[in-house]
Design a protein around this ligand. Structure first.
Ligand code: NAG
Ligand code: NAG
Ligand code: NAG
Ligand code: NAG
Ligand code: NAG
Ligand code: NAG
Ligand code: NAG
Ligand code: NAG
Ligand code: NAG
Length: 408
């Protein structure tokens, strides 16, 4: 179809038609539109199609020579045009609703402050605060360049520039919002690998990766749910500017539940506790006494220096006798793997939540047999591990593989 001589006008119309269909599907969720997509999809090999099962903030639709990603976060449709189609050279969109990209991307760049994983042809990063050892290795060898994100023409040279912060996404035609962080569950976040896969024609790789992660995650969750013992009470807390507060982030609460734990009560996690206020401090102390496992999320520019004594200083509680998470040695931080001061928690932990879940299960039901990946136990004075380019254990042509945890 793409090669017929008078097809270009038709293609554009056809594409607009598909957009309308997609639009309609979103507005009314009409079944017949779904089947129109199915017909297009059936002509493609199944392996080349990613179906979004869990994530809620993006959808992918397939045509013969193009794909459409609806991104609910920025409200845009991304038209991905196969590079060998006529449409690729003739069609370019950059409107408030539609942007187009020619795929597979021969190069792309990313805002690496928060960027999970390496897929396809990453060529530019905006900071070397990235925790993928293999990205670091490519950066060191000069294959990936550091680009200055304040220089628009530097960003414009790539087929796409992925940003994790949606405010920036409006800025340029090649920007695309990559926002796993907006999802509510660990698996939903991980499924965004399919978003990247679509830009690289690496659907098969992305599907295999996600399926393996999901299967492992669900297996671990099932084992945790079958534990006969009591459910330990877990709190994720953060100290900032003299005040402690409990997390409300849904994906973290979900991690706790899936690991077989109980989150602190909602009436508690609404509150904040100012340690300079004696009434707050008293109440905070009382709550701490009810916890079995504590996860201290406090930000620091120097994770290696954050120790048990830093925590004790921050809680400002004199009497530790009731603190079960201390006597039972279950006080954790998710900054075990760092590169300089960047946490792999924001990178590898997003694409591989099964590793986080396995860590939490070990934290809640210790065997002493499992070495955690992202969590370190402050109560046991465990220290951070610095990761770096020398720890990349594959060459750049090998597809990324998830790390599967023994289960069941
Ligand atoms: C589709 O997937 C098959 C393997 O499943 C692969 O060999 C082929 O190159 C893919 N095609 C495209 C256009 O990505
Ligand atoms: C399309 O992309 C593939 C993979 O990067 C490349 O091998 C091929 O030469 C490109 N084709 C065109 C027409 O640009
Ligand atoms: C990280 O550390 C390396 C050397 O250990 C240094 O070259 C690099 O500039 C540091 N990066 C950041 C963002 O601090
Ligand atoms: C990045 O670009 C901005 C604006 O041009 C400039 O002020 C800044 O010094 C550049 N940063 C680096 C590290 O080159
Ligand atoms: C990225 O790929 C495009 C299209 O193939 C090319 O025009 C551009 O020069 C490339 N940019 C870089 C920085 O390699
Ligand atoms: C905490 O309480 C102290 C003493 O009442 C007060 O000075 C400070 O501003 C409070 N901090 C915050 C962040 O509200
Ligand atoms: C300490 O942990 C064990 C299981 O590891 C549990 O049986 C015990 O109740 C815990 N103690 C306290 C004080 O929470
Ligand atoms: C630790 O692992 C070994 C070998 O896998 C197993 O035999 C043992 O039962 C495990 N211990 C605990 C406490 O789970
Ligand atoms: C990565 O790929 C490039 C070609 O794309 C090659 O020149 C380079 O040697 C490869 N690096 C490694 C570590 O395999």
């Amino acid at each position: 179809m793409a090669s017929s001589s008078s097809s270009s006008g038709r293609w554009v119309r056809r594409v607009l038609f598909v957009f309308i269909l997609v639009e309609v599907w979103f507005l009314f969720n009409i079944g017949c539109v779904d089947s129109a997509n199915d017909i297009a999809a059936k002509k493609l090999k199944v392996g080349n199609i990613s179906k979004v099962e869990d994530a809620v903030n993006f959808h992918i639709y397939y045509g013969q020579t193009f794909k459409v990603i609806k991104n609910a976060i920025d409200g845009k449709s991304y038209l991905l045009i196969q590079n060998d189609s006529r449409m690729a050279s003739r069609t370019k969109y950059c409107t408030s609703r539609i942007k187009s990209y020619v795929i597979p991307l021969s190069n792309y760049s990313a805002n690496t402050e928060l960027f999970p994983g390496l897929l396809g042809s990453l060529k530019g990063i905006t900071a070397d605060s990235v925790t993928s050892q293999c990205v670091l290795k490519l950066y060191q060898s000069g294959e990936i360049k550091l680009i200055n994100k304040s220089e628009p023409q530097q960003l414009a040279q790539f087929g796409a520039h992925f940003v994790t912060d949606t405010d920036q996404a409006q800025a340029a035609c090649n920007f695309a919002s990559f926002v796993p962080f907006a999802e509510d569950t660990p698996l939903q976040r991980a499924e965004w690998i399919k978003f990247l896969g679509a830009f690289a024609n690496l659907e098969t790789t992305a599907n295999d990766f996600y399926n393996a992660v999901k299967e492992n995650y669900l297996c671990l969750a099932k084992v945790a749910a079958s534990k006969k013992s009591f459910k330990p009470t877990v709190a994720w807390i953060v100290y900032y500017d003299g005040v402690w507060s409990f997390t409300k982030e849904t994906f973290k609460l979900k991690f706790t539940e899936d690991a077989g734990g109980e989150n602190v009560d909602k009436s508690i996690n609404k509150m904040t506790y100012n340690i300079s206020n004696p009434d707050d401090l008293e109440e905070f102390h009382a709550i701490l006494c009810t916890l079995d496992v504590l996860i201290d999320e406090t930000f620091t520019s120097d994770p290696a220096a954050y120790s048990l004594s830093t925590f004790l200083q921050n809680i400002n509680v004199e009497d530790h006798s009731c603190l079960a998470f201390l006597s039972n040695k279950s006080l954790w931080r998710y900054d075990k793997r760092i590169y300089n001061s960047t946490l792999d928690w924001f990178d590898g932990a997003v694409s591989q939540p099964q590793l986080v879940l396995a860590d939490l299960i070990e934290a809640l039901f210790p065997t002493g047999n499992y070495t955690t990946t992202h969590f370190r136990n402050l109560a046991k004075e465990e220290v951070v591990i610095s990761i770096g380019p020398d720890m990349c254990d594959r060459d750049n042509s090998t597809a990324m593989q998830p790390t599967i945890v023994a289960c069941g």
